[in-house]
Design a binder for this molecule. Structure first.
Ligand SMILES: [Zn+2]
Length: 163
């Protein structure tokens, strides 16, 4: 399993700048040749690369977007470690706009989590055609990753579709 930048630094997906910096120093120390006993520890470039991206807000934002896309396409299930699972039932529907909104379990922003009907449908049809890779027996159960717009927490949303 490929490690993402958050795994490499050992921080949560919503870690702040100070936490990321501290984790970076810690990982560099852990993998320092003096400590690791080898000059060729290939973890160092990965740690530096991870820090370069995550320490720059604009790069981090783009990286997060890409991660979320990857997770959507994988159906999250294979890489869902650390993500809380919530049911779509816990969202409220804004009828006019065809979106689901939910308060964020962490920062409590009332509309932190937003899912568009279109996202749900696209995700479901993708997972439907790729059902061999899914690890549940219910043909109508899907999951999608959604990120809080204020604190960047990710959750995995479980829902059912009667396609
Ligand atoms: Zn939040």
């Amino acid at each position: 399993m490929e490690q993402n930048h958050y795994h490499v630094l050992g921080v949560a997906s919503d870690a702040d700048a100070a936490q990321i910096k501290a984790a970076y120093k810690h990982q560099l120390f852990e993998h320092h040749p003096d400590k690791a006993g080898s000059a060729g520890d290939d973890a160092i470039p990965k740690i530096q690369q991870a820090y370069q991206v995550l320490s720059r807000p604009e790069q981090r934002r783009r990286y997060d977007e890409r991660l979320v896309q990857q997770m959507k396409h994988r159906g999250v299930v294979s890489d869902g470690d650390g993500l809380d699972v919530v049911d779509l039932d816990s969202f409220s529907v804004l009828e006019d706009e065809m979106v689901w909104v939910r308060s964020c379990p962490r920062c409590r922003n009332k509309e932190g989590m937003v899912l568009a009907e279109e996202d749900l449908e696209n995700n479901a049809s993708h997972q439907h055609s790729d059902s061999a890779s899914r690890d549940n027996d219910n043909d109508n159960e899907y999951s999608i990753a959604v990120q809080c717009s204020s604190c960047s927490l990710w959750v995995q949303v479980r829902y059912f579709d009667s396609m």
